[in-house]
Design a protein around this ligand. Structure first.
Ligand code: CP3
Length: 341
């Protein structure tokens, strides 16, 4: 099988010749060739210049031998569709000068189609697809409405996003209005990426672990379901979150093809909670990549053993590659998962 076929088969719970593998955040962070590119251009320049974004997307493909290429972009880019200026502050993360906290703020949000607001993302996908061929599946992605709402309301990264959660609990009507807007933007943004060549998409709900199951079911799940209802007929969709062991049953019911799980539950126990109808992605602890090879090898072996060769496992880390990871270790993990080492 080609890498692309292998990834897409696993995402659809079909048999594979060997387990497909890729790493979240494989495109930036640990690669020296990415660091060299970043010395010449700042992050937003790379993300909004199709030739540079495509180059960064392709870097890990040859170097690591992964079965999927994740577009070099950021979850904040579709804020351009809503007319919300933001900056990505190095070492801090996304910062929004005028956070969205009132009915008037929400009414002011525009809904510009992705084709107009973020044409560079779509062109980067087309360029990457041409260069990639069958070597690897091309993954588009978006931030989920809950995680985007956290940044929009809070204005900057925070440990618990207290302002965002207070608005959700205290002004549910406003919350739902904002989630409606974000859902519409996200569906359009993902559909545009699929039309531009994305073979599959991942929805990053990075901060979902802040919620209890009851709030998740009332305040987030209906929107997640709506997104996957629009995307599932087109391509396989992966749901990503961390710290959500108590939400896995509901996440599995959201209509995605696969659920990305972190390392806080062993893979077999996470899959039990998800049930038999959904594929699973994960779930090596990213910190384990920094340990001596014997420990890495044992950890990879444990994940594969718990997957038990069942159809529908995509090997990945439980969260993004840590910046201090050695690319040679990542490449060696790929060979081990593929049964070549
Ligand atoms: O493999 C890849 O790197 C693909 C591209 C990608 C980026 N961000 C590039 C990026 C992806 C998939 C993301 C997703 C993303 N962005 C998430 C969800 C994933 C997760 O980790 O939970 C989140 C929460 C963001 C928001 C964001 N953007 C943060 C927290 C940061 C880090 C800020 C910092 O400097 O510490 C960013 C910036 C960012 N996005 C970088 C990269 C490569 C670093 C910027 C740089 O190169 O200097």
């Amino acid at each position: 099988m080609t890498g692309r076929q292998r990834f897409l088969a696993a995402a659809q719970m079909k048999p594979v010749d060997t387990t497909p593998v890729w790493f979240m955040r494989q495109a930036g962070r640990s690669l020296p060739e990415y660091r060299a590119l970043r010395e010449r251009h700042d992050f937003m320049t790379v993300a909004t210049t199709p030739e540079l974004a495509a180059r960064a997307t392709l870097m890990p493909i040859d170097r690591l031998g992964v079965d999927a290429a994740v577009l070099f972009a950021d979850i904040m880019l579709p804020l351009a569709c809503m007319g919300v200026p933001f900056e990505i502050r190095p070492g801090v993360g996304p910062v929004i000068a005028t956070p969205i906290r009132s009915a008037a703020d929400i009414e002011r949000l525009s809904l510009v189609p992705a084709r107009e607001a973020t044409p560079y993302v779509l062109e980067a996908l087309r360029l990457t697809k041409d260069a990639l061929g069958e070597r690897a599946a091309l993954l588009g992605f978006a931030g989920a409405p809950f995680t985007l709402a956290c940044y929009l309301i809070e204005g900057r990264p925070a440990r618990e996003f207290p302002r965002a959660k207070a608005l959700m609990y205290g002004q549910p009507e406003l919350w739902h209005r904002l989630m409606e807007r974000l859902t519409a933007v996200t569906v359009d943004y993902l559909q545009a990426q699929i039309a531009a060549g994305a073979d599959a998409v991942q929805l990053f709900d990075s901060w979902l672990g802040l919620l209890d199951p009851v709030s998740h079911a009332a305040m987030v799940l209906p929107y997640t379901r709506r997104i996957f209802a629009e995307i599932a007929p087109l391509v396989p969709a992966i749901h990503f979150s961390t710290g959500t062991a108590s939400l896995l049953g509901e996440i599995a019911s959201s209509g995605c093809a696969a659920v990305s799980v972190d390392w806080r539950l062993p893979l077999d126990r996470a899959w039990e909670r998800l049930g038999p109808d959904v594929a699973i992605q994960g779930n090596l602890d990213p910190a384990l990549v920094l340990a001596p090879w014997l420990a890495v090898e044992a950890g990879v072996g444990d994940v594969l053993e718990r997957a038990g060769g069942r159809a529908g496992h995509i090997f990945n880390l439980g969260h993004g590659v840590l910046p201090q990871s050695d690319p040679d270790t990542l490449a060696r993990i790929v060979r081990l998962v593929h049964g070549e080492a």
